[in-house]
Ligand binder design. Structure first.
Ligand code: NAD
Ligand code: TYD
Length: 338
């Protein structure tokens, strides 16, 4: 049994990871440490709740003493760090919490991991650390880091720190840098869920700038299968890019969603561009494909269809987010029992 600390497991990708892992294997014991910020939602983890190899703990990765206590209590030997403030627009409105959680938080995890001599430290990073591409070219693992937003700069700082712990202390680290994810349980501030929900509510769809910014979309389960593979087989000290070679301008995705929902394109509203808006992200994932045999399993057209259907079928999930009720769920689940 591997005792793994998964941080940020109540967020979009982390919760999908935990649900997927606990559904498919029984050799991991997962401790999910999450602060339950606005983005953390324990309702995402209903499929895993009550499983014997799963434990949720509410806590902040920047809290040194508490993190130490968790390592000791659960005999943690592995860390997968998903926890982060993750929304670019919020980082533009206020950057401090991004540097606190994403940089200081990662430092606390690294220092604690060093004291406990853990067997692997896995940093979940993003392609946004590479900055912005022109109309051609792809990000490879050797592309220089050139982040443009407070969010991406905090993630780049964390990546550099992780590599410094590898070089200086010989810590067994791995990093993945993935492109934009989509799928169930994504918080409705990000492009795809926001556009689905606004369309359903007959609200305007705010398109930044000319709508021609390009993102490279990957279904969340494909990302998490890559995480599992890198966790098991990735070489320490290495970075692996993860992407499904599925570039698309924002406007194209928005029109696709409107079409699928039978809504009018009149809902589209061009708004002021995001400051410092990266033009294009596109990933070269040949390293993980050639070295570890990973490849994306989902076709965009099918997985986006499934995703839209998921939001249609799980209206109460996002309505409870919009009303704020989802934040009471933790208390119903844990506090009221005490
Ligand atoms: P998310 O915002 O949905 O979830 C983040 C989770 O981290 C939340 O549950 C939140 O409560 C928790 N958290 C935040 N600060 C914390 C702290 N100080 N202590 C403990 N928990 C804390 O994010 P996501 O989209 O699931 O992204 C997860 C990770 O993947 C992030 O590190 C992000 O940078 C990276 N990533 C995301 C994408 C994407 O498309 N969403 C792509 C590539 C990489
Ligand atoms: P987002 O989902 O915030 O991810 P990221 O900025 O991390 O790539 O945004 C994806 C793209 O969609 C990005 O180019 C910004 C754009 N966007 C809009 O045009 N309107 C919106 O309301 C949002 C949230 C994003």
């Amino acid at each position: 049994m591997k005792n793994i600390l998964v941080t940020g497991g109540a967020g979009f990708i982390g919760s999908n990871f935990i649900n997927y892992i606990l559904d498919t294997r029984d050799d991991y014991f997962i401790v999910n440490l999450d602060k339950l910020t606005y983005a953390g939602n324990l309702e995402n983890l209903k499929p895993s709740e009550g499983k014997k190899n799963y434990q949720f703990v509410k806590g902040d990765i920047t809290n040194n003493e508490f993190v130490n206590y968790i390592f000791e209590k659960f005999n943690i030997k592995y860390v997968i760090n998903f926890a982060a403030e993750s929304h670019v627009d919020r980082s533009i409105l206020g950057s401090e919490i991004f540097y606190r959680s994403n940089v200081i938080g990662t430092n606390v995890l690294l220092e604690t991991s060093r004291r406990f001599e853990i067997e692997k430290f896995f940093q979940i990073s993003t392609d946004e650390v590479y900055g912005s591409l022109g109309s051609t070219g792809l990000f490879t693992e050797t592309t220089p880091l050139s982040p443009n937003s407070p969010y991406s700069s905090s993630k780049a700082a964390a990546d550099m720190m992780v590599m410094a712990f590898y070089h200086t202390y010989g810590m067994p680290v791995v990093i993945t840098r993935c492109s934009n994810n989509y799928g169930p349980y994504q918080f409705p501030e990000k492009l795809i869920p926001l556009m689905i929900i606004n369309s359903l509510n007959g609200k305007k769809l705010p398109v930044y700038g000319d709508g021609m910014n390009v993102r490279d979309w990957i279904y969340v389960i494909d990302h998490n299968k890559a995480v599992e593979l890198v966790f098991e087989k990735g070489r320490v000290g290495e970075v692996y890019n993860v992407g499904a070679s599925n570039e698309m301008p924002n406007l194209q995705i928005i029109k696709l969603i409107l079409k699928k929902l039978g809504k009018s394109e009149d809902l589209i509203e061009f708004v002021k561009d995001r400051p410092g808006h990266d033009r294009r992200y596109a990933i070269d994932s040949s390293k993980i494909q050639n070295e570890l045999g990973w490849k994306p399993g989902f076709i965009f057209e099918e997985a986006i269809e499934y995703t839209v259907d998921w939001y249609l079928k799980n209206k109460s999930w996002w309505e409870r987010i919009i009303s704020g009720e989802y934040q009471k769920y933790y208390y119903d689940l844990y506090q009221n029992r005490k």
